[in-house]
Design a protein around this ligand. Structure first.
Ligand code: F0G
Length: 368
């Protein structure tokens, strides 16, 4: 087996890829499952699971989990003779669509909430030759516009997670979590924390773990915990949010398409949905980077913020798990360096004089 030939090569029997269709791949999947012992130490001793792992989806070719869905969506679209794809996006879907479309020789149209997408993601999409259409409003408005477009222009293939091929690809991350823990000789995952925007990815994990359970590869389903940002938490509030606000732009979504399915996934597995504040998200991002050396984008850090919140508080919905806990880090920190720099207040004092005394005073002092 040649490693890292992509999820279709690895899991084809589990995927709805037409026989004979040539995989369109960038070598996605097979991302690291990183043991996070220093993060574990942040949890109260009596409420610690046996181990915490980070499923680092930032290690995918375009830097997010979206590549898993896009390899399937574009492989199937190409097999059907499609020439162009379109999606609405908070950025990562856009970057992945642009890359896989470029590779397929297809046109790519991206409808983005103006001013609402991190620069790294727009930069990726532009570099890959996608056409960017900024619209006023939120991601939800952009998606509504795209749905109108595809109703009128059936030649454009929709590659949002409404496209069922996308979730099929994304479910392979759940396979990997189970396979990686088994390969390490560890227990099955007891709980999995995921950031939730549209609810597609947590639905995909539920599909993946369910498929493995049905095939006898898992004895029990892990509890699924969906984490939203407080200013964009329609599933926690039980109603849509018209003007979603959060520093975690990837999950700034007020009307999740897969809301019902996400809630069902959480309910069925004995997990829950919870909301975390922006300052908790940024603190978790910083903790991950400083304690574990893992730089994840703010939306991804929401999963860790959710774990910390549940394990530290006396919230309902947390029992000390008897197996490993996995936090899914959905996207790379390099996608959005502006937010990390702002959070660290970098450069605020201006450059220091170029001498030893100034450097020692300003820069060489380790902080907490
Ligand atoms: N984390 C990151 C980094 C994301 O980009 C997204 C979604 C999510 C989590 C949430 O996943 O929507 O399936 O619940 N990003 C989409 C996009 C909306 O356009 O890139 P979800």
């Amino acid at each position: 087996d040649v490693p890292r030939q992509g999820i279709i090569a690895r899991y084809r029997d589990w995927l709805p890829v037409p026989p004979g269709a040539e995989p369109l791949t960038l070598g996605e999947g097979d991302t690291p499952l990183i043991r996070a012992d220093r993060l574990l130490q942040e949890l109260p001793p009596d409420r610690r699971p046996p181990a915490v792992f980070l499923k680092f989806e930032g290690a995918n070719p375009t830097g997010s989990f979206k590549d898993r869905g896009m390899t399937i969506a574009l492989t199937c679209a190409r097999a059907r003779g499609a020439r162009a794809v379109i999606c609405a996006s908070t950025g990562n879907t856009a970057a992945a669509a642009a890359a896989y479309a470029a590779r397929a020789g297809m046109d790519c149209w991206l409808v983005l909430p103006a001013g609402g997408v991190a620069a790294g993601k727009v930069g990726q999409a532009v570099a890959c030759g996608a056409r960017i259409l900024p619209v006023r409003g939120s991601f939800d408005d952009a998606l509504a516009a795209v749905r109108q477009v595809v109703a009128e222009r059936p030649e454009l293939v929709l590659v949002n997670s409404l496209n069922p091929d996308r979730l099929e690809g994304q479910k392979t991350a759940a396979f990997e979590v189970a396979d990686q823990l088994a390969a390490l000789g560890l227990d099955e995952p007891a709980a999995v924390f995921l950031p939730v925007g549209n609810g597609g990815n947590i639905t995909a994990y539920h599909m993946g773990f369910s498929a493995y359970a049905a095939a006898g590869r898992l004895r029990r389903m892990p509890r699924l915990y969906g984490v939203q940002a407080e200013g964009a938490a329609p599933l926690v509030r039980g109603q849509p949010v018209d003007r979603p606000q959060t520093v975690a732009s990837a999950i700034r979504i007020g009307r999740p398409v897969y809301g019902e399915r996400a809630l069902a996934a959480v309910r069925e597995t004995g997990g829950r949905v919870l909301a975390v504040r922006d300052d908790e998200i940024l603190a978790a991002q910083r903790l991950l980077a400083r304690r574990e050396g893992v730089f994840a984008e703010p939306a991804s850090a929401a999963s860790v913020a959710g774990l910390l919140k549940l394990a530290q508080g006396d919230e309902p919905g947390w029992e000390v798990p008897k197996g490993p806990v996995v936090c899914v880090l959905t996207g790379h920190g390099l996608k959005d360096v502006d937010t990390a720099l702002r959070a660290a207040r970098a450069g605020q004092g201006g450059p220091a004089p170029a001498d030893l005394a100034a450097l020692e005073a300003e820069a060489l002092e380790p902080d907490a």
